[in-house]
Design a protein around this ligand. Structure first.
Ligand SMILES: [Zn+2]
Length: 117
């Protein structure tokens, strides 16, 4: 299944909605409750951590020659930003959606009349 596609009807979820409302996703086409697969969540988390580690290493090298009282802040701050941004972006572009176990909507029921215009 391609990234951000509803497994029931195939509609594509907006990337911003997948990242912002990842625990409360509802397909706009068929109204099924959707969740992000564990593989996608783990992939996004590890990509973010890798980006954070690389950023920490690069910024530490950059500020190693400049002594200062707050020199330790920049590696931590920038690694945090890199981790957050890369994890969210990875989720936006590579999230695989699945139907949630607590979804009570019948399978393959088209309820497109519920969509406001
Ligand atoms: Zn759907």
């Amino acid at each position: 299944m391609a990234a951000r596609h509803c497994p029931n009807c195939g509609a594509v979820m907006p990337a911003g909605k997948v990242a912002a409302d990842s625990y409360e996703l509802v397909c706009a086409n068929c109204q099924h409750l959707l969740g992000i697969s564990e593989l996608s969540r783990n992939l996004a988390a590890f990509a973010g951590l890798a980006a954070g580690a690389i950023t920490w290493w690069m910024v530490t090298l950059r500020f190693a020659t400049e002594p200062g009282a707050l020199g330790w802040v920049w590696p931590a701050f920038l690694a945090y930003l890199a981790t957050s941004a890369v994890a969210a972006l990875t989720l936006m572009f590579a999230a695989t959606l699945e139907l949630r176990a607590d979804d009570l909507t019948p399978q393959h029921e088209n309820v497109t009349h519920r969509i406001p215009h």
